[in-house]
Design a protein around this ligand. Structure first.
Ligand code: NAP
Length: 278
């Protein structure tokens, strides 16, 4: 029997509509500043989507655009100006930064209470301890999709493929904090299929088309596809969707799965920062 497809767009739209109602009741509009250095085409598309989502729910957004030649010092100086700007509730530094810039140094220059992406080293540490207030948007979106789809994580075997700071690692921590038994796989993992075949929940965040094939998935598993790649100008995920959906109990499509949730969670995190600052 074909698995149920999780409609991430519908769940994200509902979250954005709820956020719009919350913002309408606020005496002062929250404000998100997005810092972007350079003209990476994908980053320009992502930041536009983020500004559009802010406009949709009534959050003010500022675009702080720096040239690709901006130095680390110049980027950090812009971030620091936003840190001390009382009118700004949240700061997002669009990744990737131009070559040669120390991402850790820039991300950890964002004031803790304005760190809407949750990438500051201290916020990451808090997440690891299970006492975080802000979790990175994409992994948080995955957890929300699981919850909205009625998947209880506690006690399940979860396999996360990918261990980046923005998706894989924080997602593994969130799943662990919710009581899953978590295995994290990466480029050096030997025999990925051995791990995925025992998983109740598979989350793939790599960016390699058809990395996860039907023979790697057990009957009735929940499959969350976070990866995105372009093939013949078409956006596709890491999972061989058509075949895996015949075995999975639940599966996210690409596009229309995790992607819209990332934006919805950014809005949620901006509202949390606004509330915490009040
Ligand atoms: P990343 O920093 O490039 O990390 C990719 C991870 O995949 C690394 O941990 C790497 O392992 C691992 N990997 C590479 N080849 C592998 C293989 N053959 N088997 C198992 N693991 C392998 O990427 P990212 O920023 O985490 O993003 C991951 C994917 O998610 C990308 O496609 C990105 O576009 C997508 N994404 C989507 C959203 C969304 O909103 N939908 C948001 C963020 C990212 P090593 O660490 O050992 O190198």
């Amino acid at each position: 029997m074909a698995g149920k497809i999780i409609d991430g767009k519908k769940i994200a739209d509902a979250m954005l509509e709820a956020a719009k109602l919350r913002v309408a009741k606020l005496s002062k509009k929250p404000c998100l500043a997005i810092v972007i250095a350079g003209d990476d085409p994908a980053s320009l598309v992502y930041t536009k989507k983020k500004h559009d989502a802010c406009a949709r729910v009534g959050i003010e957004s500022r675009n702080v655009k720096l040239p690709a030649s901006a130095s680390e010092k110049e980027i950090i100086s812009e971030v620091k100006k936003l840190n001390s700007d009382r009118g700004v509730d949240g700061i997002l530094v669009q990744l990737p930064l131009p070559d040669g810039i120390d991402e850790d140094a820039v991300l950890s220059s964002v004031a803790l209470e304005k760190d809407v992406d949750g990438f500051h080293a201290e916020n990451f540490g808090r997440l690891a301890l299970g006492i975080g207030k802000i979790a990175p948007c994409t992994p948080k979106g995955v957890m929300h999709l699981l919850k909205e789809s009625g998947v209880s994580v506690s006690g399940k075997n979860a396999v996360v493929i990918g261990k980046s700071r923005i998706v894989g690692k924080p997602l593994a921590l969130l799943l662990l904090n919710e009581g899953a038994t978590v295995t994290v796989c990466h480029s050096k993992t030997r025999d990925l299929a051995t791990h995925t075949r025992g998983a109740d929940i598979i989350c793939s965040a790599v960016g390699k088309p058809r990395l996860v094939t039907a023979d790697m998935v057990k009957e009735g598993a929940v499959v969350i596809d976070i990866g995105t790649s372009k093939e013949n100008e078409k956006l596709i995920g890491d999972v061989d969707f058509e075949k895996v959906k015949e075995k999975a109990a639940l599966i996210t499509p690409v596009p229309g799965g995790v992607g819209p949730m990332t934006i919805a969670m950014l809005i949620e995190n901006t509202l949390i920062c606004h509330q915490n600052r009040k």
